[in-house]
Ligand binder design. Structure first.
Ligand code: PGA
Length: 237
């Protein structure tokens, strides 16, 4: 089973801290683990040159070059040798015009250009409490993946299950709940599935025992190089 550990730096890090981080992380020996860093756009070029491991964008425009002030196209990413992006992170769904349909366009753009997609989905607290998580996630997946040949793009898409109520809160679903969600997704979709939401050095030992889980998308704990190195080592145990 393929294993992933993906850092999501969100809107953090200085240039100096990012450079020191990559010097430290380059010294690691990685076995049987896909290691990726989704970092702010402004560091992508330098990171791609300095980091041995994969570098991803956190977001991408749904469009080709054009009059879209402030946006970054997949064409920019390719120009800087960046071959993948997170799409549909809940913070972008919440703060920007990332509707399910726009996210679908973004996924299609990346796939059509042989790029990697980390598609984030996840329910809010209310949906979770009402026990409607699965139907909510399936609705997101249905729209986000509309018109896509799933089998053909099996290797290009990773689903990140990130309950919104778990991101940055220290609260996480129990292992059985995560197992069940992943089971349901994998019954219907041919993709690897990772988990995100408050993953840290204290809970990863337990989380990684979830049998059908392919790894983690880590926010806050990935911005501290020491902590993230611990997570990397634990993933390879
Ligand atoms: P967190 O963020 O690990 O800080 O909860 C995860 C994410 O938003 O991807």
């Amino acid at each position: 089973m393929k294993k992933y550990l993906i850092a999501n730096w969100k809107m953090t890090m200085t240039k100096k801290a990012a450079n020191q981080y990559f010097v430290a992380i380059n010294k690691l020996r990685i076995n049987n683990l896909y290691l990726g860093f989704a970092i702010p756009y402004i560091f992508l070029d330098e990171a791609r040159k300095k980091c041995k491991w994969d570098i991803l964008a956190q977001e991408v425009s749904a469009y080709d070059f054009g009059a879209y002030t402030g946006q970054i196209s997949y064409q920019h990413l390719l120009d800087f040798n960046i071959y993948g992006s997170i799409v549909g992170h809940s913070e972008l769904r919440q703060y920007t015009s990332n509707t399910d349909k726009i996210i679908n366009l973004k996924v299609k753009k990346l796939l059509a250009n042989q790029m990697q997609v980390v598609l984030c989905i996840g329910e809010d607290k209310d949906t979770y409490v009402k026990n409607q998580t699965i139907s909510f996630l399936f609705k997101q997946l249905k729209t986000n993946l509309q018109g896509i040949d799933l089998k053909k793009h099996k290797k290009q898409i990773v689903i990140a299950y990130e309950p919104i109520w778990s991101i940055g809160t220290g609260k996480i679903p129990n292992n059985e709940e995560i197992y069940y969600v992943i089971k349901k997704i994998k019954e219907k979709y041919p993709f690897d599935v990772i988990y995100g939401g408050s993953v840290n050095e204290k809970n990863i030992d337990s989380l990684k025992t979830i049998k059908n889980l392919n790894g983690f998308l880590v926010g806050s704990a990935s911005t501290n190089c020491k902590s993230f190195k611990i997570l990397i080592n634990k993933m390879m145990e």
